[in-house]
Design a protein around this ligand. Structure first.
Ligand SMILES: O=C(CO)COP(=O)(O)O
Ligand SMILES: O=C[C@H](O)COP(=O)(O)O
Ligand SMILES: [Zn+2]
Ligand SMILES: [Zn+2]
Length: 316
């Protein structure tokens, strides 16, 4: 059942974070739904611009609709990840999305406000909620690369002003993470002080954490042992998900980790079976492994086991 992102946030706020997982194909969708049901967790499916362009945006919508029929127990929202203004409008008008993200965080503050507000007005007219972003994560995002040293943490006073002026429903904050597999040089903690200050100014307002993959080192080691060359990777400490959730982070975005599962499964499979060329056997392994991964993440986010209570509170 597709619900609004606002319904998921209302249930989760301050208690747990909803996992927001990017999908690009049918195998990821099957693994995601399976893992969510296994762990009895609500979730958010995210579609990036790149995902919409990978095969065809209609293909992804069809896959998600079908997955919803195959897993009728699932409760989830569909979200546009890192949208520009035009893509937000397309998704708002499509009638399929629960929420969109307008990412104008690379523009100056006033321009970010102006663009985000326009999207909020169009989205709210159709009952769709909007995630906006303030502050700049490091790493690569869509086709924009933020060089080391240019990432900026979200300023709490600006966050409050931004939310007031735009009317956005949730805010992606930069608290030290970045997209991809190379987040830190050495072990680092999230900037909980920034979250605390934002929460003090806006109690009850849902925050979003991008770049939240944990980049499991055993996964990377297996990829490299099977011919990969992923060097100096480092991710978020999974034990920091729940403390962040208690400080108002209601949505935690995980994409890279799923790609690592895919890469490990396929590298190992074809290394061990060099004469194989049927892609379905590794595809099946991937679905099972991704489901296991999703269930493990939902446990760490605190969303596991919430389905029954959420269903009751939705009156479904
Ligand atoms: O933020 C993300 C999607 O918007 C994904 O972040 P990761 O690259 O850490 O998985
Ligand atoms: O933020 C980036 C997400 O991981 C989506 O990645 P993508 O734009 O390559 O699909
Ligand atoms: Zn951004
Ligand atoms: Zn992101």
């Amino acid at each position: 059942m597709i619900v609004t992102t606002a319904q998921l946030f209302k249930h989760a706020y301050g208690k747990y974070a909803v996992g927001a997982y990017n999908i690009n194909n049918a195998e990821q969708a099957m693994g995601l739904f399976r893992g969510a049901i296994e762990s009895q967790a609500p979730f958010i499916i995210q579609i990036s611009k790149g995902a919409r362009a990978y095969t065809d945006k209609r293909m992804l919508e069809a896959i998600i609709r079908s997955a919803g029929e195959i897993f009728p127990e699932a409760i989830f929202a569909v979200h546009l990840d890192h949208g520009d203004e035009q893509t937000c409008y397309e998704c708002i008008d499509s009638g399929f999305f629960s929420s969109v993200m307008i990412d104008a965080s690379h523009d100056p503050f006033d321009k970010n406000v102006e663009i985000s507000k326009r999207v909020v007005d169009r989205a709210h007219a159709k009952g769709i909620s909007v995630e906006a972003e303030l502050g700049m994560l490091g790493g690569v995002e869509e086709d924009i690369k933020v060089e080391d040293g240019h990432a900026t943490l979200t300023n709490p006073a600006e966050a409050e002003e931004f939310v007031k002026r735009t009317g956005c429903d949730s805010l992606a904050c930069a608290i030290g993470t970045s997209h991809g597999a190379f987040k830190f040089k050495g072990k680092q903690s999230l900037h909980f002080d920034v979250l605390e200050k934002i929460k003090a100014r806006m109690p009850g307002f849902p925050l979003v954490m991008h770049g939240s993959s944990s980049v499991p080192q055993d996964e990377v080691a297996r990829i490299n042992a099977a011919g990969g060359q992923i060097k100096d990777s480092m991710g978020v400490d999974v034990n920091e998900y729940l403390p962040a959730a208690k400080l108002g982070v209601t949505k935690i975005n995980i994409d890279t980790d799923g790609r690592l599962v895919w890469t490990r499964v396929h590298r190992e499979f074809f290394r061990d079976k060099p004469a194989e060329f049927d892609f379905r056997p590794p595809g099946k392994i991937f679905i099972a492994e991704y489901a296991k991964f999703i269930a493990s993440r939902n446990k760490l986010l605190g969303s596991a086991g919430q389905l029954a209570d959420l269903r009751q509170s939705l009156g479904k």
